[in-house]
Design a protein around this ligand. Structure first.
Ligand code: ZN
Length: 239
């Protein structure tokens, strides 16, 4: 099986459609999503509809839950919080119910999906270092766990008692007992590369590759301004 893994879409329609076009060309067998369909940008409904129609395996992000009252909005900085309030106003009950039903963790075959950390996934703690990864690696029951939340692609491997962090873009899983892989963000990358980020997991070759795709940022930015969303959410896409 070859999987396409996406996450942190954040209502960015142009980035999502650009990534899905690449995934169709890659002819992946299945798409997995690490959550945060909405938040920050201006097209929550089209993004939810696209994800829902993909019939992918998906978990909830903190923005998904916050917009439907399942996570406190006090957690967020002002620009994120304002977008959550705006997004909640756009959602009809059909979309609210879809987001409310998203699980925090999915587990199948050799794969686990979670938005942030596996220990207390409902707290949405960041994993950006080997130390922060340790508790999640200890309780991970499958070989590989895909996650997001920080919007920075990263792989953290456990081999015996050793934890190794790899900030590259091609990861070989064959020597690891377990791996936590952050697939980066489709809709709001934060690693100084403004292109949309996603991953391809090749089960047979035991490898994961982080891929980047250019998309029409100006269109996304224009829609953020037009919707009256915080300017910071537009500027963040360009730096
Ligand atoms: Zn996010």
């Amino acid at each position: 099986m070859r999987y396409g893994v996406i996450g942190d879409i954040h209502s960015n329609y142009e980035a999502l459609t650009a990534v899905l076009k690449e995934l169709r060309a890659e002819q992946v067998d299945k798409i997995l999503c690490t959550g945060d369909i909405i938040g920050y940008a201006a097209e929550p409904i089209p993004c939810i509809e696209i994800i829902r129609d993909l019939d992918c395996t998906i978990v909830a992000g903190n923005h998904d839950y916050a917009a439907v009252g399942k996570f406190p909005s006090g957690y967020f900085h002002a620009a994120a919080r304002d977008a959550i309030v705006w997004t909640a106003q756009q959602l009809t009950s059909e979309y609210t119910e879809f987001l409310k039903k998203l699980p925090l963790v999915e587990e199948f075959n050799d794969i686990t999906l979670v938005h942030a950390s596996l220990n207390h996934p409902e707290f949405f703690d960041y994993i950006t270092t080997g130390v922060e990864a340790r508790l999640s690696l200890d309780i991970l029951k499958t070989k590989i766990c895909f996650y997001g939340h920080s919007h920075v692609p990263l792989a953290i491997f456990l081999a015996g008692e050793n934890v190794h962090v790899d900030r590259g873009s091609v990861f070989d899983l064959s020597n690891a007992d377990k791996a936590l892989i952050n697939v980066g963000s489709v809709g709001q990358p934060r690693d100084w590369d403004i292109r949309a980020s996603y991953a391809i997991y090749d089960e047979k070759n035991k490898s994961v590759q982080i891929k980047r795709v250019k998309y029409n940022i100006q269109d996304t930015v224009g829609k953020i301004y037009k919707a009256g969303l915080p300017e910071a959410n537009a500027l963040r896409l360009m730096s």
